[in-house]
Design a protein around this ligand. Structure first.
Ligand SMILES: Cc1cc2nc3c(=O)[nH]c(=O)nc-3n(C[C@H](O)[C@H](O)[C@H](O)COP(=O)(O)OP(=O)(O)OC[C@H]3O[C@@H](n4cnc5c(N)ncnc54)[C@H](O)[C@@H]3O)c2cc1C
Length: 231
């Protein structure tokens, strides 16, 4: 591909929430903004955020849920089904004794309502995500009635917390704490304002949008010294 040249006032790397917000705000403020994206897809992590695990009859996912959908997931191998825990362990290729011990400990937590191992249902947010019809802890329903189902869960990154240090205008700060002229960071590239804590959903997307906005406003010369009073 032949190299091309573009003149731009603001070069934005990445088409996620932070980048697209900065681009829209920069354009609205009269800057020529150019977004460069390294993948074939526009939207980055932002476009797939809010993804959920599909679990049959889960209270928050009942819309569109059906027996046919459950059959499709079974046929596709997403769900594994067995009439006994021993049978389920065999299908999953895991140790039946360990599965029985795990389920017994879990069922005891479901009975008392206190999850000593993972703390499920210990705060209002996780209880909201549970099933209000289940008690004493809406996040813990005893595994007692066959058939039993299993879903493979694979941990992955949701975001980052340790990026570039910035000031309230999203300007990147250099080693001596002074802003690097013309360089901004927002979203996953910016050191989280929460310093690694995760108080709840929105704490990564919210600052990505906010600091994308603040960066573009500053680049356009439209920021006030107090970001709270920026337009
Ligand atoms: C499944 C899932 C669910 C989530 N749910 C929530 C939620 O409920 N609430 C919440 O607040 N957050 C959630 N998050 C986190 C949130 O989506 C991200 O923190 C946020 O989208 C990051 O936005 P961003 O603009 O910084 O980066 P991204 O959206 O990741 O965009 C970065 C873009 O930059 C591109 N890029 C990278 N390097 C280059 C390069 N060198 N040149 C050109 N382009 C480049 C990438 O390809 C990408 O398109 C979730 C994330 C996931 C994965």
């Amino acid at each position: 591909m032949a190299p091309t040249t573009h003149d731009t006032d603001l070069l934005i790397v990445g088409s996620g929430a932070a980048g697209m917000t900065a681009a829209a705000v920069a354009a609205a403020e009269g800057l020529r903004a150019l977004v460069v994206e390294k993948t074939a897809l526009v939207g980055g992590t932002t476009a797939i955020s809010g993804g959920m695990v599909w679990i049959p009859c889960q209270e928050h996912l009942r819309a569109g849920d059906s027996v046919e959908a459950a059959r499709r997931y079974l046929d596709a191998g997403y769900l594994t089904r067995a009439d006994t825990l021993v049978g389920l362990a065999a299908r999953l290729g895991i140790d039946a004794g360990e599965l029985a011990d795990t389920v017994a400990a879990y069922n005891e937590a479901a009975r008392t309502g206190v999850d000593l191992e993972f703390g499920r249902g210990a705060d209002a947010y996780s209880r909201y995500l549970g099933d209000a019809d289940v008690g004493p802890n809406p996040c813990l329903a005893a595994l007692a009635t066959p058939p039993f189902f299993a879903i493979a869960l694979v941990p992955s990154d949701l975001g980052t917390a340790a990026g570039l240090t910035t000031d309230p205008h999203a300007r990147v700060l250099g080693a001596h704490g002074a802003p690097v002229p013309g360089l901004y960071a927002a979203g996953g590239d910016m050191r989280s304002i929460m310093c690694g804590r995760y108080p709840g959903p929105g704490i990564t997307l919210g600052p990505a949008l906010t600091f994308g906005y603040l960066a573009a406003m500053h680049a356009a010369g439209a920021a006030s010294d107090d970001p709270a009073t920026s337009r």
